[in-house]
Design a binder for this molecule. Structure first.
Ligand SMILES: N[C@@H](CCC(=O)N[C@@H](CS)C(=O)NCC(=O)O)C(=O)O
Length: 205
């Protein structure tokens, strides 16, 4: 197996963080430099199918190019610690929060950065209003996460799960546009500090 990875990008970091929590060290990591367009070469597209990372290439050549699908595959082979749910109810709740983290935080913050940071102009036709609207959307969504984290130490369950990894990878990425969790969300701040203090936080950086 081989994982195409890219430094600082939020979706590859989800996978690296997930692997670090499980202590997975026996997968070859191949770094792709987006700024040099290494993911857009004919060879990369032929192998991966899309100009994106992360991509997990299985020994039979199958390419898995969605971070959550890659993590689902890895969970099967590296089951501990469990990060996707141990029973139907827990799995459903973790998935519910993972999807909320992705749709309400990660996607808007990604658009906020891509349309708002000059360094990303090489990858995006930037529209400043798209950045502003999406940042406002993420700020609004933080209220939901604040409520959840006022009742629970973690987002998806009573332990760290995929939902936390998706949320932290996006909030960390948004630091490059100086996105900050507001003082009105003290539980998100408490959770953020705890996430950043984990050894796995260094993975993929
Ligand atoms: N939904 C996919 C998204 C993959 C994706 O868009 N990755 C970004 C990096 S975070 C990428 O490859 N960007 C390259 C580009 O925009 O040219 C996933 O979760 O893996």
């Amino acid at each position: 197996m081989k994982l195409y990875d890219s430094r600082l990008a939020p979706n590859p970091r989800r996978v690296r963080w997930f692997m670090a929590e499980k202590g997975v060290e026996d997968i070859e990591i191949v770094l792709v430099d987006f700024m040099k367009g290494e993911h857009k070469t004919t060879e990369y597209r032929a192998e991966v199918g899309l100009p994106v990372a992360p991509a997990l290439i299985l020994d039979d050549g199958t390419a898995i190019t969605e971070s959550l699908a890659i993590c689902r595959y890895l969970e099967h082979f590296y089951p501990e610690p469990n990060l996707l749910g141990r029973d139907p109810k827990e799995t459903a709740i973790i998935e519910m929060w993972t999807r909320r983290a992705e749709l309400l935080l990660a996607n808007p913050l990604m658009l906020g950065v891509r349309h708002g940071h000059p360094a990303l102009a090489a990858l995006e036709t930037q529209v400043p209003e798209v950045s502003q609207n999406n940042i406002q959307g993420a700020e609004k969504a933080l209220k939901l996460f604040e409520r959840r984290l006022s009742e629970s130490e973690f987002i998806g369950a009573d332990r760290l799960t995929m939902a936390d990894i998706v949320a932290i990878a996006s909030l960390d990425f948004a630091r490059i546009i100086r996105f900050q969790v507001p003082e009105t969300a003290p539980n998100v701040k408490r959770w953020l500090d705890a996430m950043r203090a984990r050894p796995a936080a260094k993975a993929g950086m």
